[in-house]
Design a protein around this ligand. Structure first.
Ligand SMILES: [Zn+2]
Length: 482
């Protein structure tokens, strides 16, 4: 079997992969409660001859599906979690709730999961047909959204012994995800005060809600005194009830603290803890600080990016039907991300390329080309985070994105949910499966790539081994259990 036969095999498998992707879209389960989604993938891969190691790292909805034996050992990362409250009709060009209060795949992890499964299936076929040594491990990674499932898995050593890892993400372009993302901590601050009648006995009450408000004011002043790249977000997850005439005895605020490197996050976290303690002191309440999760910054790997780029630039890109183009043209006006913001994210500071690619895509809402790859330029940092970061500290990791949505589609939006169950999304998913499977073939045929990628990772880490930022006692938590 050669690469083009492998691509044809995946073309023949597309119906089953699309079926799996749509099933995950329909289930739309959120972090660490992806019971049906994980079962669907496990069942499918077990039926294809993969051996299933269940509950990887002690997480109920994590798993590892293994095929083959011997070296190299290639990891492929799959995700399948949805976002809460994002229910949306598929294939619609207007916001329309499908299930009131329901969840939705606002980050396209249904496509991500099915595409990763497709890549693993392709590698299995290649190993079998060519009787090659080598092992493929499809990691079922739950809770990427707000849960950092992979960081918990990495803390438990789930990725030990893997030579290289590949992943991808649905986006609006075909490109390398060859950049760093921010490290983060998520922390819940729980204030406890004393309830009292707010009019009759206000002097007896100690307001936890006041404490939350004062803490947020303190942190908002802190913003001026942190590094430029840091990001601090919060959500008040418990306001202490709906009665203004009761002094709120309980209130909680969830913080997400981000910065390019984990030690920077740690420093800001310690300062925020002082502000929380100060707010408690001011209000005579008590604060409990609960560490929810952390993830490391992503360490890109040019060696693997190059392998992925070679495959992406040689692969046949999706051809869209008139109906798909009409759908794209109808939904595009609702998409708020500007063309410049969309493309500069991938092209970065190379202004000439930005002009060239903007011109090439003029008048088009679907990306039908591959963004340039800069092998020698310095790493860029995107202002987001991914738990792939924790994998990338342990294993050389390469990632791509493929066009699954119209240009300008904002992340975590109804437009994205809508497009995740359309032929446009499916075509991008199949492309990702082919490109990753092709990159795996290159690793199987050129074992020196493993050493080269590992040497690059060692150089980038500069002698600092991976240390999980999540305390040993912290367990993954579903959103519904916060
Ligand atoms: Zn995502």
């Amino acid at each position: 079997m050669n690469k083009s036969e492998l691509a044809s095999f995946l073309d023949r498998s597309q119906d089953v992969l699309i079926g799996l992707s749509d099933k995950l879209w329909d289930y739309a389960e959120t972090a660490f409660e992806e019971w049906k989604s994980a079962t669907a993938i496990k069942k499918f891969l077990a039926g294809q001859g993969f051996f299933i190691e269940d509950k990887s790292g002690g997480i109920d909805t994590a798993f590892c599906a293994v095929y083959g034996s011997g070296k190299p050992v290639i990891g492929i990362l799959a995700e399948y979690d949805a976002l809460s409250g994002m229910s949306q009709q598929p294939g619609s060009v207007v916001p329309e709730v499908l299930t009131p209060g329901g969840n939705g795949h606002g980050c396209g992890h249904n496509l991500l999961g099915a595409g990763a499964v497709g890549a693993a299936l392709g590698v299995k076929e290649y190993l079998g047909a060519n009787k090659k040594p080598g092992t493929v491990k499809l990691f079922g990674c739950p809770g990427e959204e707000g849960g950092s499932g992979k960081a918990f898995m990495a803390r438990e050593g789930v990725f030990d012994g893997i030579d290289v890892a590949f992943s991808w993400h649905p986006m609006a372009v075909n490109a390398l995800l060859d950049m760093s993302l921010l490290a983060n901590y998520q922390v819940l601050y729980k204030f406890r005060g004393k309830a009292a009648h707010a009019a009759a006995a206000p002097h007896l009450g100690r307001s936890a809600l006041d404490a939350v408000e004062l803490m947020n004011v303190g942190v908002n002043f802190l913003r001026e005194h942190v590094i430029q790249e840091a990001r601090i977000h919060y959500a008040i997850t418990n306001t202490g009830g709906f009665s203004p005439n009761v002094v709120q005895p309980v209130a909680e605020v969830l913080y997400l603290i981000r910065s390019p490197k984990t030690p920077q996050v740690e420093e800001i976290y310690r300062r925020i803890n002082k502000i929380a303690q100060g707010a408690a002191l001011m209000t005579e309440t008590e604060v409990e600080i609960e560490f929810i999760k952390a993830c490391a910054n992503v360490v890109p790997n040019k060696t693997l990016s190059k392998v992925l780029y070679d495959n992406l630039s040689k692969e046949q890109l999706p051809v869209y039907t008139a109906e798909e183009i009409a759908f794209a043209d109808a939904i595009a006006p609702t998409c708020t991300k500007s063309r410049e913001a969309e493309l500069s994210q991938w092209i970065g500071p190379v202004e000439e390329d930005l002009r060239v690619y903007t011109k090439r895509l003029e008048g088009k809402n679907l990306c039908d080309l591959v963004m340039p790859f800069y092998e020698t330029t310095a790493d860029r940092v995107l202002p987001g985070s991914s738990d792939v970061g924790d994998v990338s500290w342990n294993v050389p990791t390469g990632q791509i994105v493929t066009a699954c949505y119209v240009l300008g589609t904002p992340e975590h939006s109804w437009q994205l949910v809508s497009q995740g169950r359309t032929a446009i999304g499916h075509k991008g998913m199949l492309l990702a499966a082919k490109v990753i499977a092709g990159a795996c073939v290159d690793v199987l045929e050129n074992p020196e790539l493993v050493q080269k990628a590992q040497t690059e990772l060692d150089r980038r880490l500069g002698g600092h081994p991976y240390q999980s930022a999540i305390p040993k006692t912290v367990k993954p938590k579903a959103i519904s259990k916060l």
